[in-house]
Design a binder for this molecule. Structure first.
Ligand code: HEC
Length: 146
């Protein structure tokens, strides 16, 4: 019986559900103030996640002055200097669950924090980001100050 419970607990931990959920208690206003991994992210890896097609691919919708990427879209606002407009916690929540801030947004929720929101058909099955990738993005974007 004990072994069974342990197995069940492990399954829950490894499944894509609980592991990806930030608890609402971690949300403070329009920000998630604590790191999702408990550690600071790496801005260089964050830049990679931002531009890379098989990771965040944020450049599909967002441009950043000075970033080298083949294509930079303008569906979303340019993120040049975003570190002066938003705190790291605000950036973290916007990446984790943009739909919490803008219910009708085209921006996917990359790390769902509250229940199940609608995901536009074209993004269903898109890989969400890991906590580490989100922290790397937060580290990169919060350092963009001009
Ligand atoms: C399909 C398009 C799309 C993709 C992909 C996308 N975003 Fe967005 N993003 C938007 C839109 C649109 C907004 C503005 C919110 C709104 O009005 O819907 C936004 C807003 C933001 C904001 C807030 C900017 C501000 O000045 O308030 C941040 C930060 C952000 N996105 C980061 C990211 C990151 C990081 C990624 C990649 C992991 C990403 N976005 C992927 C469309 C997108």
């Amino acid at each position: 019986m004990a072994a069974l419970c342990l197995l069940a607990a492990m399954t829950a931990c490894n499944g894509h559900s609980d592991e990806r959920l930030a608890r609402p208690a971690e949300i403070d206003g329009d920000a998630i103030t604590a790191s999702l991994t408990g550690e600071p992210g790496d801005p260089l890896r964050g830049r990679e996640v931002f531009a890379s097609r098989d990771q965040g691919h944020c450049v599909l919708c967002h441009a950043i002055d000075g970033l080298e990427a083949e294509f930079q879209g303008n569906v979303g606002p340019a993120l040049t200097g975003v570190g002066t407009r938003l705190t790291p916690g605000q950036i973290r929540l916007r990446i984790a669950d943009a739909q919490m801030i803008w219910p009708q947004t085209l921006m996917p929720s990359y790390y769902r924090v509250s229940g199940l929101n609608q995901v536009a058909a074209e993004y269903q099955g898109e890989p969400a980001l890991t906590a580490r990738q989100i922290e790397d993005l937060v580290a990169y974007l919060s350092r963009l100050e001009n």
